[in-house]
Design a protein around this ligand. Structure first.
Ligand code: FNR
Length: 201
């Protein structure tokens, strides 16, 4: 299952297919809400699709990798393989990433053709604590680096005190937050356009 959020309409820029992954299973997740906001703020040439089956993945177990991966794993790998770049919204659990997200990254990391290898990844996140989940993002950054992904450098998109920043309908309250997120997505799309010709060499 996936959700189409924004249709690329093109403005002379080559279309970019961005795959979104939220590391939260909660229906009312602030991180999933942040990812949806990012999708809505993406430039017109960016076509955002959100992965929605994190809960279906089995725990990573080498024994489950026979002739073929389990169906939810194969579907997830195909989903991210089809993307030009990836945006991950990461919750913070005990100053680290949630286990479900690490599990998904471990499944994505395995050969052949690991789907995030050589792909640009933007990390975003929010948490109810005062550091906005920045520490969890550094853990994800480390894991993505081992997987051969190209993680957007620079300022973290880590929104603190999540409950104060979202409406009951899980929309961002403040224009300043939307502007910050829009700028981060635009910078990321620029990085993708720069890197894509290099990694396809
Ligand atoms: C948390 N939370 C949390 N918040 C934070 O800022 N730093 C932290 O280290 C933790 N640790 C933590 C551990 C566990 C097990 C839970 C369940 C929660 C709070 C967390 O930010 C909050 O529950 C968010 O709402 C989780 O993100 P989603 O599910 O709303 O996307």
């Amino acid at each position: 299952m996936y959700e189409e959020v924004a249709e690329g309409r093109g403005r002379g820029e080559p279309a970019l297919r961005l795959a979104g992954l939220s590391g939260s299973l909660r229906c009312a997740s602030f991180n999933s809400a942040l990812l949806r906001e990012a999708a809505m703020l993406a430039p017109p040439h960016a076509h955002f699709v959100l992965y929605g089956d994190l809960a279906e993945l089995p725990h990573y177990n080498e024994d489950l990798r026979g002739e073929a991966d389990p169906a939810p794993v194969a579907d997830m790998r195909a989903f991210f393989a089809a993307a030009d770049a990836v945006v991950i919204a990461c919750p913070e659990y005990n100053r680290g990433m949630p286990g479900v997200l690490k599990n998904a990254l471990d499944w994505l990391s395995r050969p052949p053709d690991p789907p995030l290898y050589g792909k640009c990844v933007l990390l975003i996140g929010t948490a109810t604590g005062g550091m906005g989940g920045a520490l969890a993002q550094y853990q994800v950054r480390q894991v993505l680096s081992a997987m051969g992904a190209i993680v957007q450098p620079g300022r973290e998109v880590a929104l603190p005190y999540a409950a104060d920043h979202f409406t009951p309908e899980l929309r961002l309250r403040q224009e300043s937050d939307r502007n910050f997120l829009r700028e981060a997505i635009e910078r990321f799309c620029a990085l993708c356009h720069t890197v894509r010709p290099l990694v396809s060499l």
